[in-house]
Write a protein that binds this ligand. Sequence first.
Ligand code: PLP
Length: 387
Amino acid sequence: MNTKQLDSTYIANTYARFALNLVRGKGSLVWDENGKEYIDLSTGIAVNTFGIADEMWAAAVTEQLGTLQHMSNLYYTNPCAKLAQMLCDKTGMKKVFFSNSGAEANECAIKVARKYAADKKGKDHYHIITLENSFHGRTITTLAATGQAVFHEDFTPLTEGFLYAKANDFTAVKALTEQHKCAAIMMEVVQGEGGVMPLDKDFVSAVAALCAEQDILLITDEVQVGNGRSGMLYGYMNYGITPDIVTTAKGLAGGLPLGATMLGDKVQDTLTPGSHGSTFGGNPVCCAGALNILSRLDEATLAGVRERSAYIFDALNGAPGVVRVSGLGLMIGIKTEKDAADVIGRCMEQGVLVIKAKDKVRLLPALNIPMETLKKAIAVLKSACAE
Ligand SMILES: Cc1ncc(COP(=O)(O)O)c(C=O)c1O
């Protein structure tokens, strides 16, 4: 059997895969089994921060792989301790819990919020407000946090206590905090799976002020927008707010599974021994990868993200067949006149990989994609929209 046959015979049927078997890559280029080359503007859905098989990242990961790959959280290991320090130094957060994915990072945030509120205000303060059109993961609890009914079907009953407000509707958020005893408000400052929609600055500031005033925790889900993708190290930094909890995963370790839940002042001591844990969380190899990525997310890299972003917005805004361009940094959604799937298919034929978010074409290129490569890919995308 070939790969496709093996996959459809033995792998659970949860993914509508593109008819493409990818075998190797380098930077922002990737090749299929027939040797056809593609420019990758998807980075494994915002994971391969500096592209595929980046040399510095691979060297850091390989060195750790040959030194100590895992020993469990029963013992101290240096890469996760150093990574936690680097995350705290760069964000001002106080402590970090490591896990393996975005959903787990959010699960931890939800547990911390519920425990903080229970300790401080009582066990009935368990409600968590999230936004309509949000996406927070696929475990039963993070599905409950996800404000899209389509993901809930077939899996009820979900974890109780989640309330949904319309994005950018501060009155709706405030009303929920008055009607229910709330532990936290959780949001993506740029809704990724919801169609690459940045939240309004006024709304985010008003929610942050409300949270501070009511001692309701503010959680920003930075699983997709975090780690430099927004043009700032974390998405919330574009909004001038200080969340109580920041969750991230995806691009943090540049292609290895690692989730992080960063805990601010108020909640730094909420978790206690035995209250949470993970076998693989903080794995030395993943943390070595993340140390390499995070140490390179400096001002020059972030300026490069903003420059590439401006180029894409300028090139696509008003282009034939393009209705609207939304997003922040290198997380961009394009509403096209043609069906998004059609544009994505045409791009693939022409050797460019882009993906979908709701009814939009979504771009998530590597933060260091060479400008010439980006220009070539955008030219292909523009002609796919216009044809
Ligand atoms: C904002 C956001 N939160 C959480 C998740 C879930 O992350 P994971 O698939 O690593 O569990 C995603 C995944 O797309 C996401 O975009």
